[in-house]
Design a protein around this ligand. Structure first.
Ligand code: ZN
Length: 487
């Protein structure tokens, strides 16, 4: 295991040497989706970013327990404390059981992620399955004096917490500014302070997702689930916590406060945040009318899209930018990414074709070092990709006879391209695998036709030949069997 990995820690605002608390084990928690609608482009970036982190850590020898939650309760329409639960609202409007909605969108989320070649986490806990743990944590925070109960709801006392600790250390906010920036307390607001947030909410009579608790029939606040589930599966203090930059405040700031208030321990050693995606230079959002779902990207069915996009092209495009940089999606940019990706995949075929020479015209060992150095520098995938393209150039030059590559060079290049392109960046040559499936299906039809002819079922054998012809596949019977060509 190489110990040169550096990670930018949002908590210190600096790149730090990565030193897990109990190597080779690494605990990593990433905030997952709220499952009340299809995943959009914004979901793809954290998923791909932390999938690549997961892949690289595993590749360098760490044993990673990667936990990513499914939020199926407690994420409210307006903010963490008010409004209606998003899933419950959809359930009420469509006369469905809330868990039907959560399951439906969880299944679709998994399918969307599979197509992006995102590996499944080691554990994928559901918030609704961890109500006991959340109640226990709220009780501990109450016991330690950092929360108060009022009318069956429990709120985190941010002011009290901030006297002893620092509420704002992750987001860089100051409590006084947070308070003066928040709207005045309304008459119905039962919180002592507008910055306080709910640990437990008493359910209104119409609210269908509710559980018993010492305080009321109700449901947990959104921030609490990640603190409770991270602690359950990774311990009171673990190595990496990731998520989108939009979650830094209030979600992650509140996670830190809850954990410190309950256990007295700093819960996370390295906080990692991916930057946001814009579309044609604009922020994305439902209210802005430009939130494009991943499925719409895959099918091309959206007024803002000129064509369908291969999910792997989307993955490649996201990895072409560093995860802490902003990234703007547009048709032109995606089309350019697709071209680049085809060029990258073509290198595998070229490597099979070139003839080995006696001398080395390319420093393969240096190339390998640079690739690892890029990933060790806070997972710098765009720099890695630039090195890969330098090597592609060298391979093409060897094919054209401008430089020579030894057989060892060629073998090493094949090995390194496999590691970095497929294993670490998680790219898949979907076009190639489509070709392979196509060939197999045609061969299968030829075999079935052969059998039909043996059984004198000429209706079926003619049907196969004619239908294939209509689809542009011409069968040719010869002495050696049947071959095919495209019309
Ligand atoms: Zn979370």
């Amino acid at each position: 295991m190489d110990n040169h990995l550096k990670i930018f820690n949002s908590l210190s605002g600096k790149k730090e040497d990565f030193e897990p608390q109990a190597p080779p084990y690494v605990g990593m928690y990433v905030c997952g989706p709220t499952v009340y609608g299809d995943a959009h482009l914004g979901h793809a970036r954290p998923a791909i970013t932390f999938d690549t982190v997961f892949r690289y850590l595993k590749h360098t020898g760490y044993k990673v327990r990667y936990v990513s939650n499914i939020t199926d309760v407690g994420h409210l329409e307006h903010d963490a404390d008010e409004g209606e639960d998003k899933i419950a609202k959809k359930a009420r409007l469509e006369s469905l059981e809330p868990m039907e909605i959560a399951q439906y969108y969880t299944n679709r989320y998994h399918e969307d992620m599979r197509r992006l070649n995102v590996l499944r986490p080691s554990i994928e806990p559901h918030a609704s399955g961890h109500i006991m743990e959340q109640i226990k944590m709220a009780e501990e925070i109450l016991e330690n004096g950092f929360a108060y109960e009022i009318n069956g709801s429990v709120y985190f006392d941010v002011v009290k917490y901030n006297e002893k600790h620092d509420y704002g250390k992750l987001s860089g906010r100051k409590l006084e500014e947070m308070i003066s920036n928040t709207r005045e307390l309304s008459g119905q607001d039962e919180k002592r302070n507008p910055a306080d947030f709910a640990l437990w909410k008493k359910a209104e009579p119409v609210h269908i997702m509710r559980w018993e608790s010492p305080w009321s029939d109700g449901f947990p606040g959104w921030h609490l689930e990640c603190s409770a589930m991270g602690r359950k599966y990774l311990g009171e203090s673990f190595d990496i916590h990731g998520g989108g930059m939009d979650l830094k405040f209030p979600h992650h700031e509140s996670e830190i406060a809850q954990s410190v208030a309950a256990t007295g321990r700093e819960p996370v050693r390295y906080w990692m945040h991916n930057n946001m995606i814009t579309l044609n230079g604009q922020k994305m959002g439902k209210s802005l009318g430009n939130a494009v779902s991943l499925r719409q990207f895959y099918s091309g069915e959206h007024p803002l899209l000129e064509q369908a996009y291969d999910p792997i092209t989307i993955r490649f495009f996201i990895l072409q930018a560093h995860y802490r940089s902003t990234l703007d999606f547009s048709n032109e940019a995606l089309q350019a990414a697709d071209k680049g990706l085809r060029k990258l995949f073509a290198v595998f075929q070229t490597l099979e074709q070139i003839e080995a020479g006696d001398t080395s015209g390319f420093d393969v060992a240096g190339f390998e070092k640079k690739c690892y150095a890029a990933m060790d520098d806070d997972f710098n995938t765009p720099v890695l990709i630039a090195h890969l393209f330098d090597a592609v150039k060298a391979v093409n030059a060897a094919k054209d006879g401008h430089i020579s590559l030894s057989s060892t060079d060629i073998e090493n290049l094949k090995r390194l391209f496999n590691i970095f392109v497929f294993e670490i960046l998680g790219l898949v040559n979907t076009q190639e695998s489509k070709h392979e499936s196509f060939d197999k299906i045609i061969q299968l039809l030829i075999d079935i036709r052969q059998e039909a002819r043996k059984n004198k079922n000429f209706t079926l054998s003619d049907k196969i030949r004619d239908e294939l012809k209509a689809s542009g596949v011409i069968l040719k019977d010869g002495k050696e069997g049947t071959s095919w060509t495209l019309a």
